[in-house]
Every structure is written in structure tokens, then in C-alpha cells.
Design a protein around this ligand. Structure first.
Ligand SMILES: [Fe+2]
Length: 657
């Protein structure tokens, strides 16, 4: 026997399907084609504004948020752009019902949002919001491959209104968005560093922030800054997925007050993003403070870290930064408690704002420089266990710049702001610091086995550059062109003490045997298990089908088998033997036959799927072709198992002779 593809030297081909039970993803919205749109109003008087495309729970989703002048039932209508005829949406367009509420008095009107789900990869979509007879203009976005490499862009503090001149701030912001997306048209996410506006509830500033038309086509991943927190406009304009709006994640502990807040997370193509409301500093202010954030990050990583290859944290208040806020008391505290935990949790990259200047840290481990020999401005860094890169973005709009400040004698680790032994002009924790009074943005290239982080100029001293135009910051540029690189670093991740073996399993070429997970390999979610009088819990579901292709002339036999480890939730666990299945041939071909049904250990005292079991196979002499194999899962666990959101990994093995 040999393994099923060209990487035979590596042993059996393994791919992973993650299964979970007891808790489900939030907010799935209205499914495609469900026809659940609210009844249309014959003459809906609503005026629709502020439409923005936001990030969803994963790459198959987007969230659209907007304002409405009237409290009417509304939807988002969506169709592949290729199906529109002369701009008209086809009858097959699907709708997603909007939710929302009344805005606070100073905003006026109402907010609406809807989650678009079930998006397909590599597809251009058009959408519009409103209701029958009163639709907005149509806007377009595209999805790209749901697997593999991608780029995202990170923008620091647009803070529209900060210069005192909203129009100039808007002009700089629009220009940075234009420049950055002209240079990176295939960027997949626009990630916020916080401070969208200067004054939390001033809608004229929000209008200016929302002015770039690209914000309707590229998903914005919102982050709350200290200038956004003092009102509800942030939440009204920027609905976010998987958001925990508990009191602990609000700076004053009161979500119902005229403040915005919440911590949230999403997974985008193998990257787990966790976005924190860093305005909640301390329990003394009423919120949960840093302890609550750390518990949140820990929980999310424990529950979802296994679904992604990278872990990226985003929050506003930079803890390693070079300018006005470098010595803030809250940052000194966080440089101790955040850093230790982020190292422990294996965070790869932390993106920050607030200090309106650019910095890239040395790799920081447990509150200290991880490697004393790392050189300033190193082009490549190797985090080892626990090393974390912290980046602070400069102003994306030019509305305000902070100048770099000087180190002091408070030490070169932990809360200290001492000088770098390798460059006394810098803080000990920063590899690169930059302030030219020029707009910039950060580009992150997510690659198979590296992250490439760059800071790129999106302007010069010339207008639009409000802080320079208004003589708040003198021109300090160094003659560098728009698009030039301020800094670039490649992060090469650590793979532990063992060896990671990676193998791509492509679609089978003629004359080969191959298999792949059919379509998007999303989570196999068994939902919430049903309690049977305290005796046992039961949950059911199906695996993502496995597509098998065999075009070999040998007509040799093949088989696919799979098994699971223990189900775990943090330190809680139960045996994978409680999972059974009934394999089936979903699409016949290639001589495929289904493997035998396996019961749960709860029923038969056997080993269930805790040992590898046959999903399907074909005998010698079978027909050539393709097949799809599926299996219905049946999980039956004793009533004594603790409550939790458990997860395990299904390891699939293919053999062919
Ligand atoms: Fe700011």
C-alpha cells in the first residue's frame, strides 16, 4: 500500500475536519432563498444613508450596516453581479432581513444591519439595502478564494475632526483609502486601529469617515478608540460579529449607557482576529478592565485557536509605542499583564493605534525583549516560543500626528520606558519608530508560513494633510514618494519542538487517486445536544463530504478512514468513543462503497470513532471516476459530562495501493 498522493514519503495524507457540539455560532441570519423578507411597504418613506460593508464571522459572511430615517422593515438584497441584467436584480436575488433599533437623539433616525451568509468564494456580488420600492443604489464586492494567502490593510486613527477641519481630515482619509487600495486592489480586509472620529456622536464626522466609496466594497473590521467610546454612534454605524456586549467589556460597566463597547472575534482564512475595547482599563471604572479582556482572549483562543493558523489581536491603546502615549499609566500596567498572557497564548501579531506614530516592536516575550541580539530594523524576525510582534499605526488621515518622545531611566523591561541599549534614541521595546508627519497605512501579507508587515506612505507633506496644512505639525518628510516603504519585516513563526508536516492535496490530475474536502471545510457544528432525562445527551450532524477521484488505469483498491481524539473544552474532556457514524455514498462513482456503521460507546461499550474507521472504499477492478462520501454523525454522551462547548478533530486518512 502507498499513500494517496505524491507526498507519499510523508506518510498517510491527513486533513482535518473540526467537529464541535453544545454551542453554536451566533447570528446566522436568514439563509439563502428562504424568502423570509419582511413584507414590503408600498410607499416606504425611509431615507437610507451611511451604508458600510463590515466583516462577518468568517470569509463566507459580510455584515452591512446603515442608517434609516424611518422605522420600517428593511433588508439587504444580494445577487451575483453576473446575474444582474442592465443593473436590475434578478428574481433569484436573496434577501437578508435587517435588525436594528432607534438611534440616540443626537444621531436621529434608526440603525439597521444584516448579516449576509453563505457567500461563495471567487464571486462578485451586488447588494442594496432598503425594501421593495425603496432600494438604495447597488454596491458591489467580491469574494476571493476561501483558502490560502491573502493581504489585509490596517489603518490608524482616521479621527475625523481632530484637526478642527472635518473637510481636510476627510480629504486625507479618502486619499489614504484610494492610494492603499489602488496599490492593493485584492486586499481582503480593512482593519481599523480605532478612533474613527474625533467626537463620538457627531454625525458630520461619521459622514466624513464613511465618505470613501470603497467602504461599501471592502469589509471594514471596526475597532473602538477612546474618541469613539463616549456615545452610541460607533455601535450604530459599525455592527460587528460574535460581539460580547457584557458589562465587563464596557468602560463604565453599563452597556445601556451612552457609550459603545464590546469585545469581538472573527476568523478570516486561517487567521483568528480578536478585537478588544481597550477603553475598559480597570474594574475601578466599572468595567471588567484588563482581567476581563485577558479572560476573553484566553477563552476565544481556547475555543477557536485550533481553527486558525494565525492569532492577531487588535485594540486601540498601544502598549508599545513611541510618542505622546508611550508613558501612559495604563500602558505601563498592560506592558506587564498583557504581554505575559499574549506570549503564553501564542499570539503572533498585535495591531494598535492611539499614538498617531509608527512603531514596530522587537519580539517581546513575557514583558521583555525576547532576544537581546535582535537588531534594530531587522528584516526578518523569528519569534521562537512566546515572541510577539506589536505594531502601532500612524495617522491614516493626517488629522493629527504625535511626535516621538524620549526614553527615560525607568528600565528596559516590563513597565519601563528606558532606552534601547542598541540605539539610545529609541525606547527599549521598539525596533523601528517613525514620525514624518506623513499619512501611512500598514499592509499585512498572510502567507503559508510567514507574515510580512509593512508600513507604507500614502501621502507626502503636501495636501491633503490637515495637520501640516493647518500648521499643527511642521513638514518633516524625507522626500519619500507615495507608496514608498517606511518599514518592512517578515515574521517567521515558531513550530514547537516537533516537526510540522504540511502537504497540499490538490484536485487529482488524470491518472491519479486523490481526495479533498468538498467545498469549504467549515466547522462541523453539531449544535446543542439534547438532554434525555438526565441519562444522556445526544447531538447529530454530518461531516463535510469527502470528494474522491480515481482515474488510475490500475483500477486498484482505495479506502478512506477517519477517527477522532477526545472532545475538549479547556481542561474538560470526554472520550471520542461516544461519537458514532453511519457512512454513506453521497454521489456514486469510482466504485465507492460506504463503510460500516459504528455506534456510540454509550450504546455498545465499544470504541466508537476513537479508533480510525472506514468511511468508504472501492475494491480492485472498480470503475474510474469520482464519488462523494459522507457520514451522519451520532454523538451520545453520559449525562454526567460537564456543560461546555467541546471540540475535537477528525483526522482523515486515505490509502491506495
Ligand atoms: Fe486617536
Amino acid at each position: 500500500m502507498r499513500t494517496s498522493n505524491s507526498a507519499s514519503a510523508l506518510g498517510p495524507v491527513r486533513r482535518r475536519v473540526v467537529a464541535s457540539t453544545v454551542a453554536a455560532f451566533l447570528g446566522l441570519g436568514v439563509a439563502f432563498g428562504s424568502g423570509l423578507a419582511a413584507p414590503a411597504f408600498a410607499a416606504d418613506p425611509a431615507t437610507l444613508s451611511g451604508i458600510i460593508l463590515g466583516v462577518g464571522s468568517n470569509e463566507t459572511q459580510r455584515i452591512v450596516t446603515w442608517y434609516s430615517s424611518a422605522d420600517t422593515a428593511q433588508q439587504v438584497q444580494l445577487a451575483p453581479t453576473s446575474s444582474l441584467v442592465d443593473g436590475a436584480f434578478p428574481a433569484s436575488a436573496v434577501t437578508f432581513a435587517a435588525s436594528g433599533a432607534a438611534n440616540i437623539a443626537t444621531s436621529g433616525g434608526f440603525n439597521r444591519h444584516a448579516t449576509l451568509t453563505g457567500l461563495k468564494e471567487d464571486t462578485g456580488y451586488s447588494y442594496r439595502v432598503g425594501s421593495d420600492g425603496n432600494w438604495s443604489s447597488a454596491y458591489a464586492f467580491k469574494t476571493q478564494s476561501f483558502e490560502g494567502d491573502y493581504d489585509f490593510l490596517f489603518y490608524g486613527d482616521p479621527q475625523i475632526g481632530s484637526s478642527g477641519n472635518v473637510a481636510k481630515d476627510q480629504a486625507g482619509w479618502v486619499d489614504t483609502v484610494n492610494v492603499s487600495l489602488a496599490a492593493n486592489p485584492n486586499a481582503e480586509l480593512l482593519v481599523s486601529g480605532g478612533d474613527q472620529v474625533e467626537t463620538a456622536n457627531t454625525e458630520a464626522q461619521w459622514d466624513a469617515f464613511l465618505a470613501p466609496t470603497q467602504l461599501k466594497s471592502y469589509p471594514w473590521a471596526a475597532t473602538i478608540g477612546n474618541h469613539d467610546v463616549g456615545g452610541k454612534a460607533y455601535e450604530q454605524h459599525l455592527y460587528t460579529p460574535n460581539t460580547d456586549r457584557s458589562a465587563a467589556y464596557y468602560s463604565n460597566g453599563t452597556p445601556s449607557s451612552n457609550t459603545s463597547g464590546g469585545d469581538y472575534w472573527y476568523i478570516y482564512k486561517d487567521t483568528l482576529f480578536i478585537d478588544l475595547n481597550s477603553n475598559s482599563y480597570a474594574t475601578a471604572q466599572g468595567g471588567g478592565g484588563d482581567a476581563a479582556h485577558l479572560a476573553y482572549v484566553t477563552d476565544v483562543i481556547n475555543q477557536h485557536g485550533g481553527e486558525a493558523k494565525w492569532k492577531v489581536l487588535v485594540y486601540h491603546h498601544a502598549i508599545y509605542s513611541p510618542a505622546d502615549h508611550a508613558k501612559d499609566a495604563d500602558n505601563k500596567i498592560r506592558r506587564v499583564d498583557f504581554s505575559q498572557k499574549f506570549s503564553d497564548l501564542g499570539v503572533d501579531l498585535v495591531l494598535q493605534g492611539h499614538d498617531h506614530s509608527y512603531s514596530r516592536s522587537y519580539l517581546i516575550k513575557n514583558g521583555a525583549k525576547a532576544d537581546a541580539t535582535e537588531q534594530p530594523g531587522a528584516a526578518d524576525v523569528y519569534p521562537g516560543p512566546g515572541g510577539v510582534l506589536y505594531v502601532t499605526a500612524n495617522s491614516a488621515s493626517g488629522s493629527k500626528y504625535y511626535d516621538i518622545t524620549q526614553p527615560d531611566n525607568t528600565g528596559t523591561s516590563g513597565a519601563g520606558n528606558g532606552a534601547d541599549p542598541l540605539d539610545a534614541g529609541k525606547y527599549w521595546y521598539n525596533s523601528v519608530q517613525n514620525q514624518e508627519h506623513v499619512r501611512s497605512y500598514v499592509k499585512v501579507e498572510v502567507r503559508n508560513d510567514k507574515l510580512v508587515v509593512q508600513d507604507l506612505r500614502s501621502g507626502t507633506c503636501a495636501a491633503p494633510n490637515a495637520a501640516v496644512e493647518l500648521a499643527k505639525s511642521p513638514c518633516a518628510e524625507t522626500g519619500q514618494a507615495v507608496g514608498s516603504i517606511v518599514d518592512k519585516v517578515t515574521v517567521h513563526p515558531y513550530h514547537g519542538s516537533g516537526q510540522d508536516i504540511q502537504v497540499n492535496v490538490p484536485n487529482a490530475a488524470p491518472g491519479e487517486f486523490g481526495w479533498t474536502i468538498d467545498g469549504y471545510n467549515g466547522l462541523v457544528d453539531l449544535g446543542t445536544a439534547v438532554d434525555h432525562n438526565g441519562d444522556y445527551f445526544e447531538a447529530t450532524g454530518s461531516i463535510n463530504p469527502i470528494a474522491v477521484s480515481d482515474s488510475r488505469r490500475s483500477l486498484a483498491p482505495w479506502s478512506i478512514s477517519a477517527g477522532v481524539g477526545d472532545f475538549t473544552d479547556g481542561t474538560k474532556t470526554f472520550s471520542g468513543s461516544y461519537l458514532g457514524w453511519t457512512p454513506k455514498v453521497v454521489t456514486a462513482g469510482a466504485g465507492a462503497k460506504a463503510g460500516a456503521a459504528v455506534g456510540s460507546a454509550y450504546d455498545d461499550g465499544g470504541q466508537g470513532l476513537s479508533v480510525s474507521r472506514g468511511l468508504g472504499y472501492a475494491d480492485q477492478g472498480h470503475a474510474r471516476g469520482t464519488a462523494k462520501l459522507g457520514a451522519d454523525l451520532d454523538l451520545k454522551i453520559p449525562g454526567s459530562v460537564d456543560k461546555g462547548n467541546y471540540r475535537t478533530t477528525l483526522t482523515i486518512t486515505a490509502l491506495s495501493s
